[in-house]
Design a binder for this molecule. Structure first.
Ligand SMILES: [Zn+2]
Length: 162
């Protein structure tokens, strides 16, 4: 494992820091509640990243995102670019956006959480949410949850799981 300080300087480990270290630094500095970040190329999430469309939260699997949409960044960003962190922060600032998940256009998914275990769960839930939304769109017109339904249900759902 590679250990870096808050400025991205390597402290420990035989391997060099990830090319996405600047993105991790930018997100952790801007959102102090973020202690863990997971980036995946999970295929259903990437499907929406390629379409440039948000993933709509249409089932209980998505309640932990606490919002109706997981937005993509505005455009494609070269992997490893320092622009990635800024683009993610812009995407989560949208009023109906999940604050803990973003799609990187034509690339992948980024989820952010308080612990590694919780963030891994978010990564799996984002992929399942994307898959359910994809499948529903393939056979019909998904009924979206309202913001109020998501707010009320996520408070109850999450409190029951603790
Ligand atoms: Zn990637």
């Amino acid at each position: 494992m590679c250990v870096v300080d808050a400025d991205g300087n390597q402290l420990e480990g035989p391997y060099r820091p990830s090319s996405e270290t600047p993105m991790h630094m930018a997100l952790m500095k801007a959102m102090p509640w973020v202690n863990a970040i997971i980036h995946t190329h999970s295929p259903y999430a990437v499907t929406f990243a390629v379409l440039g469309e948000p993933i709509a939260v249409v089932s209980v699997e998505g309640l932990k995102f606490g919002a109706s949409l997981i937005y993509p960044t505005d455009g494609f960003i070269t992997p490893g670019s320092p622009d990635t962190g800024r683009a993610i922060l812009k995407a989560v600032e949208k009023p109906d956006a999940a604050k803990n998940a973003v799609l990187l256009r034509n690339h992948g998914l980024v989820v952010m959480g308080e612990t590694i275990a919780q963030t891994l769960d978010l990564a799996q839930s984002a992929e399942l949410t994307a898959r359910i939304y994809y499948q529903a769109r393939a056979v019909g017109d998904p009924i979206r949850l309202t913001k109020e339904q998501i707010t009320r249900a996520s408070a109850q759902y999450i409190s029951k799981k603790k």
